[in-house]
Design a protein around this ligand. Structure first.
Ligand SMILES: [Zn+2]
Length: 414
C-alpha cells in the first residue's frame, strides 16, 4: 500500500477515534465505541481478533457547588470520587502530620501546601506507589473527614498538563473529594471553622471494557507484541495520548496484511489495544497480565507506542532489558528511519508492564515528551492537529521492518 493511501487511512482513524468519539476513559460509552472500531478494523484486515471483557468503574462528573461562610468557590469533582451533600465545619491541613493529629472526623478538610503537591497514586496501584502517598491516603482514611477539598497547582510528572490537578483520582477511596486552584484554596484557608456547604453530583457507574487483541500467525506460541492504549483520561480527545499510537497499530495491521511476517513462521505477531493506561485501576493491563500468566516468557519483544507522531518533533526510541543481539536487530530495523531517534528511558507506560516481567521491551514516544506532558497530555488541548499522519506511516513501516528481521534463533525460543 502506498504511503499516501496509508496516510489517508491514518487520518480517517484519527478522525474517528479522537474527533467523532473523543474522550474514551475505560468503561465509558466512548471507550466501548473505540474498542468496537479498533476490533472491526483489525478484523477487516484479516487478523484473528479477541476482545476479552473486564469490569471497570466508569464515572459521571457533574456540578460542584461550594459555599463557605457566605462566599462561593469554584471547584471540580475529583475523577472517580463519590458525590456528596455535606454541611460541616471547615478544617485545614497542609502536612500529613496535621492530617494525622487533627480532630477531623465529620469536618470538610481543605488540603493545601506540601500535602497537596503531588497527585496521590491510587491505593490499588501496586507497580509504583511512593510510601509518602500511601501515608497520606492512610492518614486521610483514619481521619474520616466528611469530604476533602484539595487546593493544587501543577504536577506534570503525575497529572500531565492539568492545573489545578485532582489530588485524588481513585475509585477505591470512599471519602468524597473535589479540587480547586491554589488561589481559591488561599481564599478558603482564611475561613477555618466556617460552615461549609459542599454538594457534588458526581456518580460512580459499574461498567465494562475490553482489550482488543489481534493476532497474525496464531499457531505459534512465541510472539512479538506491539501495543498502544486506546483509553484516555476524562475530558481529553487523547490524540497524542494515545490515539496516535493506536492508529500506528492499525497501520501496522495493514502492512502485515500486505506482507505477513507471522504467517507460518516461528513468530506470531500480536497487536494489542490496551485499555486502561489512563484509568486509576489499570483494568486492561491487569486483565492482560492475568490472561498471560506463565506466558510472558513467550514474548520475544514487546513494543509500546505512546505519544508518537507529534508534528513538532521526531519519535524517540528507548529499550529495556534487550541484549546486544536484539539491540543490533532493533538498530538495523529502525535505524534507517530518520524520523526515529534514540531517547532516554521512561517508565510510566505500558512497556513497564512487560519490562517488569523480564520481557525485552521497546518504547516509542516523542523526543519532546516532557513539554507535551507539561502542557498537552491529559488536557482538552491534546487534539489531532498535533499528530502528523505521515510520521505514523513511517513509524508503522519501521516497526514492520523490525518485526520481519527478528532472528529465528531468538523467535524459536532460546
Ligand atoms: Zn499514554
Amino acid at each position: 500500500m502506498t504511503t499516501e493511501r496509508l496516510a489517508t487511512r491514518a487520518r480517517q482513524h484519527l478522525q474517528r477515534l479522537c474527533v467523532e468519539i473523543g474522550e474514551r476513559p475505560a468503561g465509558s460509552p466512548g471507550n466501548q465505541a473505540a474498542t468496537d472500531y479498533v476490533a472491526q478494523v483489525f478484523a477487516e484486515l484479516g487478523l484473528a481478533v479477541a476482545t476479552p471483557r473486564f469490569e471497570v468503574l466508569h464515572w459521571a462528573g457533574g456540578d460542584v457547588r461550594l459555599a463557605v461562610g457566605g462566599e462561593t468557590f469554584v471547584a471540580e469533582p475529583s475523577p472517580y470520587s463519590l458525590g456528596c451533600r455535606v454541611r460541616a465545619p471547615l478544617a485545614i491541613a497542609s502536612t500529613v502530620e496535621e492530617v494525622d493529629s487533627g480532630d477531623l472526623a465529620g469536618h470538610v478538610l481543605l488540603l493545601r501546601g506540601d500535602v497537596a503537591r503531588e497527585q496521590l497514586m491510587p491505593k490499588g496501584f501496586t507497580f509504583f506507589n511512593p510510601e509518602r502517598h500511601q501515608r497520606i491516603v492512610a492518614a486521610l482514611e483514619r481521619a474520616r473527614p466528611a469530604a476533602v477539598i484539595a487546593a493544587t497547582g501543577v504536577d506534570p510528572s503525575l497529572a500531565g498538563g492539568l492545573s489545578p490537578f485532582p489530588l485524588v483520582e481513585d475509585g477505591d477511596i470512599t471519602i468524597p473529594s473535589v479540587y480547586l486552584s491554589e488561589a481559591e484554596g488561599e481564599r478558603l484557608a482564611r475561613l477555618p471553622g466556617a460552615h461549609v456547604r459542599l454538594e457534588s453530583d458526581a456518580e460512580r457507574v459499574e461498567s465494562w471494557g475490553c482489550n482488543v487483541i489481534a493476532t497474525q500467525g496464531a499457531g505459534s506460541t512465541r510472539r512479538v507484541v506491539a501495543c498502544a492504549h486506546v483509553d484516555t483520561k476524562l475530558a481529553t480527545p487523547g490524540a497524542l495520548d494515545d490515539g496516535a499510537g493506536v492508529v500506528a497499530l492499525l497501520l501496522l495491521a495493514e502492512l502485515l496484511r500486505d506482507v505477513p511476517v507471522g504467517q507460518g513462521a516461528a513468530l506470531a505477531v500480536e497487536l494489542v489495544a490496551m485499555n486502561g493506561e489512563d484509568h486509576y485501576a489499570n483494568p486492561g493491563e491487569m486483565a492482560y497480565l492475568a490472561a498471560n500468566e506463565g506466558r510472558m516468557g513467550d514474548i520475544a519483544l514487546a513494543i509500546n507506542l505512546d505519544g508518537v507522531g507529534y508534528v513538532g518533533g521526531r519519535d524517540a526510541v528507548s529499550t529495556y532489558g534487550c541484549d546486544a543481539a536484539l539491540e543490533d536487530v532493533i538498530a538495523g530495523g529502525l535505524g534507517a528511519e530518520p524520523s526515529l531517534v534514540p531517547g532516554p528511558p521512561w517508565f510510566q507506560g505500558d512497556h513497564a508492564l512487560f519490562a517488569m516481567q523480564g520481557v525485552p521491551a521497546l518504547a516509542v514516544t516523542s523526543e519532546r515528551v516532557e513539554e507535551l506532558v507539561a502542557a498537552v497530555v491529559h488536557t482538552p488541548a491534546d487534539t489531532v492537529d498535533l499528530v502528523d499522519p505521515e510520521k505514523l506511516v513511517r513509524l508503522a513501516r519501521a516497526l514492520h521492518r523490525l518485526i520481519a528481521r527478528l532472528p529465528l534463533d531468538r523467535v524459536a525460543g532460546r
